[in-house]
Each structure stands twice: as structure tokens, then as C-alpha cells.
Design a protein around this ligand. Structure first.
Ligand SMILES: [Fe+2]
Ligand SMILES: [Fe+2]
Length: 327
């Protein structure tokens, strides 16, 4: 650091003026070390660090409060209107007058989701990319399970739901690209994380197949809970790390997926909007996580629709029928 200019008033730290002086010195281009004795400088630095930590904790508490308002059991807080892809739909929960079977299914799903979230919070408190890698490895599984069961039913001639299979496959491909993005960011660098993710995914597949055979409604509701957690995880990550993420480049796999690759498949999993109506930008890592978060919101909406609609319609099939009607 260059020495202070001659003629500049020498600053003196006193007890009564400590906080404003510390603030001024910390923001000085010369740095406060030049102006104060070493021991006092250390104390000032410790105080400044403690204050920064306190501010960070306060910010995390605020974000946590936002997340709590978007918890599995409760209604989602409405996002700002300008926020692209904002998701404000509530989790489907049967009321007091609902069927007791539905209430049991949903309570079980919420308990299961909360338990998994509790474990992930312990294991991945400070390792975001590893947590996302595990989440995305598991997130693909239910779509594969749905397709397996629907394919089996079709083979036996019991039912034919081609649109469901098509949409679930598109959802699975979307989750696959989320996984590639997390791998590109180093989320899979630790052997134990890879083992845990793949081991959990193996069992999750059979649990989902069994649940889907017993009650498709329950399996779709469980997936809605999982997708809702994925949305809120990415939303919280963006709120806490937005500024740093804007300075980092987007992985190539994300640019290719959102801008250059098969956009027919990208449109196919977005059942609540018309094809070609969502074309996100990918200028930096922040955009990538916004897109991933918004994808999770689309999955959530589809899972919710699947619980009430007899048959899911492919967005392209809907568009074709509208065009046919218009002719
Ligand atoms: Fe995902
Ligand atoms: Fe998802």
C-alpha cells in the first residue's frame, strides 16, 4: 500500500468513535493498517470480520425465511412479477374434507421428503455443487420409473398413454442435462458423493415403480414434493450467490442445451405453455441456475397436473390439434 499523502490528517481511533472510523478506514483506498498501531489494527480487523459474518448470517436468515414460506407443507410465496419463470403454485394437499387415503398418501410423501431434506442438509451444508449433483442424479429416476411402468402396461395391452411416456422422457432428458451441468461444475468430484447418489437412485427407482403401480396419484405427488424442493434449493442458491455467479462463465454443456440442441425436446416437457414460448438466455452461470430453477418449476407444474388429469397431453400434440381446428 502506498503511504498516506503528506498533509493528510492522521486518524485516531477512540472508543466513542470506533464504528464510524472503522467503516471509513475499511473503505479507504490506503487501507487502515497504515493509520493505526498493529495490535489495534488486528482488533479492528477482527471486529470488521465479525460484523461481515453477522451480516452474512442475517442475509442467510432472510433467505431462509423466504425458503420457509416456500416449504413443502405451505403455499409458495408469490415471486416478483418481473421474475421470469416464477413459480407460485401451491403444493397439492387434500383438505380436511378430502379422501382419507389421499390425505395419508400426501402426509407420507411430505414426511419422506422432509426426512430426505434433513439428511441432505446435514451431509451437504457447505457443498452446493455436490448437493446439486446428488439431487439431479436422483431427480431423473421417477421419470424413468413412470416410463417403465407405462411401457409395461402398454406391452400387456392394459393401457396406452403415449403422451405421458413422451413428456416423461423429455423431463428425464432435461434432468440428464441438469446432471451434466453439475458434473461440469465439479459436483461429482468426490467418490463418496457419486456412490451415495447412485446407490440412492437404485433404490429410489424400485420404490417409485412400486408406488406408481399402487397409486399413480401418490407417485406423482411425491415427485411434486421433490421438484418443489429442487426449485426452492436453486432459488435460495441464486439469492445467496447471485453476484458471484454473474461473474462466472456458463458451462458449454448448458449453452448447447438451452440454445443449440434439440429444442423440440426442451419444449416437450413444458406442459403449461406453448412450444417455442420459452427460450432462456445463457450469458453466465447465474443464467444457467435461473434456467435450471425454472425447469424445476415446469416439472412441478406437470407433476401437479398429472395428479388430476386422466391423461397428460404433449404440448406439441395440443398445438397440432389447435392448428387442425383452425384449418
Ligand atoms: Fe433438475
Ligand atoms: Fe426436476
Amino acid at each position: 500500500c502506498p503511504p498516506p499523502q503528506s498533509g493528510r490528517p492522521r486518524l485516531r481511533v477512540t472508543r466513542s468513535t470506533r464504528s464510524p472510523v472503522i467503516s471509513f478506514l475499511a473503505s479507504s483506498p490506503y487501507g487502515f493498517v497504515d493509520f493505526v498501531p498493529r495490535r489495534r489494527g488486528r482488533r479492528i480487523r477482527a471486529e470488521a470480520t465479525a460484523r461481515t459474518r453477522q451480516e452474512k448470517e442475517q442475509q442467510e436468515a432472510e433467505v431462509s425465511a423466504v425458503e420457509d414460506s416456500f416449504a413443502v407443507r405451505e403455499a409458495a410465496a408469490a415471486p416478483p412479477p418481473e421474475e421470469e419463470g416464477g413459480f407460485d403454485e401451491e403444493l397439492t394437499l387434500a383438505g380436511e374434507d378430502g379422501d382419507w387415503v389421499v390425505r395419508f398418501e400426501q402426509s407420507f410423501n411430505v414426511f419422506l421428503t422432509d426426512t430426505v431434506i434433513f439428511i441432505l442438509d446435514i451431509l451437504y451444508r457447505d457443498r452446493d455443487y455436490a448437493r446439486f449433483f446428488v439431487l439431479e442424479t436422483i431427480a431423473r429416476v421417477p421419470y424413468f420409473a413412470f416410463i417403465s411402468v407405462l411401457h409395461l402396461y402398454e406391452t400387456f395391452g392394459w393401457s396406452r398413454r403415449a403422451d405421458n411416456i413422451k413428456v416423461h422422457f423429455a423431463e428425464s432428458m432435461n434432468e440428464f442435462h441438469h446432471l451434466l451441468i453439475m458434473e461440469a461444475l465439479g459436483g461429482n468430484s468426490v467418490w463418496l458423493d457419486r456412490f451415495l447418489a447412485r446407490f440412492s437412485a437404485f433404490f429410489y427407482y424400485f420404490v417409485t415403480v412400486g408406488m406408481y403401480m399402487l397409486s399413480p396419484r401418490m407417485a406423482y405427488h411425491f415427485s411434486e414434493c421433490v421438484e418443489r424442493h429442487a426449485y426452492s434449493t436453486y432459488d435460495k442458491f441464486l439469492k445467496l450467490n447471485g453476484e458471484e455467479l454473474k461473474k462466472l462463465p456458463a458451462p458449454e454443456v448448458a449453452v448447447n442445451y438451452y440454445m443449440n440442441e434439440d429444442l423440440y425436446m426442451f419444449d416437450e416437457f413444458q406442459t403449461s405453455r406453448a412450444p417455442n414460448s420459452r427460450r432462456p438466455k445463457v450469458d453466465n452461470l447465474y443464467d444457467v441456475f435461473v434456467n435450471v430453477r425454472d425447469d424445476e418449476a415446469e416439472h412441478c407444474k406437470t407433476m401437479k397436473a398429472c395428479q388430476t388429469h386422466e391423461t397428460l397431453r404433449s404440448p406439441h400434440a395440443v398445438q397440432s390439434s389447435i392448428e387442425a381446428d383452425a384449418e
